[in-house]
Design a protein. Sequence first.
Length: 108
Amino acid sequence: MNADQYIDMCEQMGWEIKEEDLPKDPSELPYDAQQALVLLNSLPDNFEGMSGTWMGKDYSGLSAIMDIYDIQNRKTVFELLKVAENELSKYYSDKAKQRETMAKRGGR
């Protein structure tokens, strides 16, 4: 969802538009942050086999991907990647909690 879609949705639903909830356009981020997002989207996810729990990103191909994209500020980009992965972890954790809550409600 982009910012225009968010604004349209809020107007249609009668919700207040909150600046902090406006989706950010990745092209407006600093270049290092854009590169971190490229890495985040390029690295495969690791899931635990039985439960399907998200375990994080698989970093085994990180160096090769950094070489392909000619990433110069590797330390900074890696630190930003870890921040993005942490946010993704929170997202997956919240989704898992929502599924658990829905399962408990359905089981009553």
